[in-house]
Ligand binder design. Structure first.
Ligand SMILES: Nc1ncnc2c1ncn2[C@@H]1O[C@H](COP(=O)(O)OP(=O)(O)O)[C@@H](O)[C@H]1O
Ligand SMILES: [Mg+2]
Length: 455
């Protein structure tokens, strides 16, 4: 017994596939947004911290450079060998002052939040005090108090310059440290992005592999089910064909034997009775008439019996049956049939012969019903190892269109039956388009399959 569940509808794999697709898409989206956030963080870090820091350091270096120039100038001023008065340096100091102010303004802008208010206050105050002292020194020098002015340089100015220089150096070091921290943070972000990338790749790969495995499994189940259904359908069709064939053979035989014998007997008795009736009497004429009716009924019954199941097949074989059937079919359908036989004939078993006979019947039926022509060709070819049977017409051909979901062969029980019969005797059926338009039905059966079959 087959398990009942096999006949229920199988669950469609669409839900599972959609689920897999959604998971994969969600992973991609999540990773994309994660990457976007990380990248914008990186960009902020880069422009806000690193670039500003670098510009700030440049200004600090400029300030330090100015302070160095001041230190050199003061050393020259204290040099006893110098022939110039101290006021000669006043212009140089003014220039440095202006440059320092400009540098400080820029530095303050770039340093921004990096600098504490105390640091800023200290720098500004120290510089202001330094310039006050410079002014005082030049005032003394202007008043020809050179010795006092030099004293001022030695005692106050040099120390203040030193302190300023140290403060600027400290800021530079701080900037450097900030830059290193930013670099470390950037490296950290890169590391985590890379780690997430591997995780993401692994997750999507797993999702894809699982979905694919599921798809493959579902596909295999569907194909197995399909193959099973197709086999069942084929079994059913072949059983129906066999049943039909044996029923038809039985009826045909009963008609031929029972009714045939009865009618033959009636005909003989009527003949004898007629002979006993007086010559020229109406009874004799009536008996003769009834006898003719019995004879024509007998002929009809024989014809019907032949049509249902040609006894000829059993008695004389396929070739003779076709020799009888084709002119009959020509009369019945009104189609001119060109019958060609070729090759070296070999015997064909009755069982196989019945199926070939039915295939020709159905093919000719189709020509007369669908092709819209008055001419057809039938070819029986005895090939070296196979028998080939063709029915060709140059009519409409198969109409393809949306009503034919399985491609170019329309649905119809006649075609299915022909194919099943061909397969039942181990052959193949092919429907082709001849060079001219129309339809060509071709059945090919290997020779060894034609000698051992029963209907
Ligand atoms: N010789 C032919 N020429 C044109 N169309 C044909 C021919 N044979 C079959 N067909 C088409 O194929 C369809 C299926 O044929 P068949 O299975 O025999 O079913 P049925 O004859 O009962 O319609 C037909 O309806 C017809 O459209
Ligand atoms: Mg048909």
């Amino acid at each position: 017994m087959q398990p009942v569940q096999q006949f229920s509808l199988q669950r469609s794999p669409t839900t599972g596939l959609l689920f897999g697709l959604i998971i994969t898409l969600a992973a991609v989206l999540a990773y994309a947004s994660y990457i976007t956030v990380q990248l914008s963080g990186l960009r902020r870090l880069q422009s806000d911290m690193v670039d500003r820091n670098r510009k700030d350091s440049l200004q600090l270096l400029r300030i330090q450079n100015d302070l160095n120039s001041i230190a050199l100038a003061m050393r020259d001023m204290l040099d006893a060998a110098e022939p110039y008065p101290l006021t000669a340096w006043s212009a140089q100091f003014d220039r440095i002052h202006a440059d320092l102010d400009a540098a400080l303004k820029l530095e303050e802008k770039f340093a921004g939040a990096n600098r504490t208010p105390e640091q800023r206050l200290y720098l500004n105050q120290s510089l202001a005090q330094f310039w006050d002292a410079v002014n005082r020194m030049f005032a003394l020098a202007g008043a020809s108090k050179e010795a006092e002015a030099r004293e001022q340089i030695r005692l106050t100015l040099q120390a203040r310059q030193q302190a300023l220089s140290t403060a600027v150096s400290r800021l530079l070091v701080e900037n450097n440290e900030g830059e290193e921290q930013a670099a470390a943070r950037i490296a950290h972000i890169y590391d985590s992005v890379q780690r997430q990338l591997y995780l993401f790749l692994a997750a999507t790969l797993i999702a894809i592999v699982l979905t694919s495995l599921y798809l493959i499994r579902a596909n295999r189940q569907i194909f197995a089910r399909l193959a099973e259904l197709s086999e069942q359908r084929s079994d059913l069709a072949q059983k129906l064909i066999s049943t039909q064939e044996s029923t038809l053979r039985h009826i045909s035989r009963e008609l031929h034997d029972e009714f045939g014998q009865v009618l033959t007997a009636i005909g003989a008795m009527l003949g004898r009775a007629g002979n006993q009736a007086p010559e020229g009497s109406p009874l004799r004429a009536d008996l003769q008439e009834v006898r003719e009716i019995a004879q024509s009924t007998l002929n009809n019954i024989r014809g019907l019996s032949q049509a249902l199941h040609p006894v000829l097949l059993e008695e004389a074989g396929l070739e003779s049956t076709l020799d009888w059937y084709i002119p009959t079919a020509e009369r019945q359908t009104g189609i001119r049939l060109h019958y060609e036989k070729s090759g070296q004939p070999f015997p064909v078993d009755t069982g196989a012969g019945v199926h070939l006979y039915r295939i020709i019947q159905e093919a000719l039926n189709n020509v007369s019903r669908h092709a819209g022509v008055t001419e057809a060709w039938i070819r029986l070819k005895f090939l070296p190892h196979a028998l080939e049977l063709e029915v060709e017409d140059h009519g409409k051909g198969f109409v393809t269109g949306p009503s034919t979901p399985n491609g170019n062969i329309p649905r119809g029980i006649g075609l299915v039956g022909m194919r099943e019969r061909a397969e039942l005797i181990g052959g193949t059926l092919e429907i082709a388009h001849p060079a001219q338009r129309g339809t060509l039905v071709r059945v090919k059966i290997p020779q060894d399959k034609l000698q051992t079959h029963a209907a």
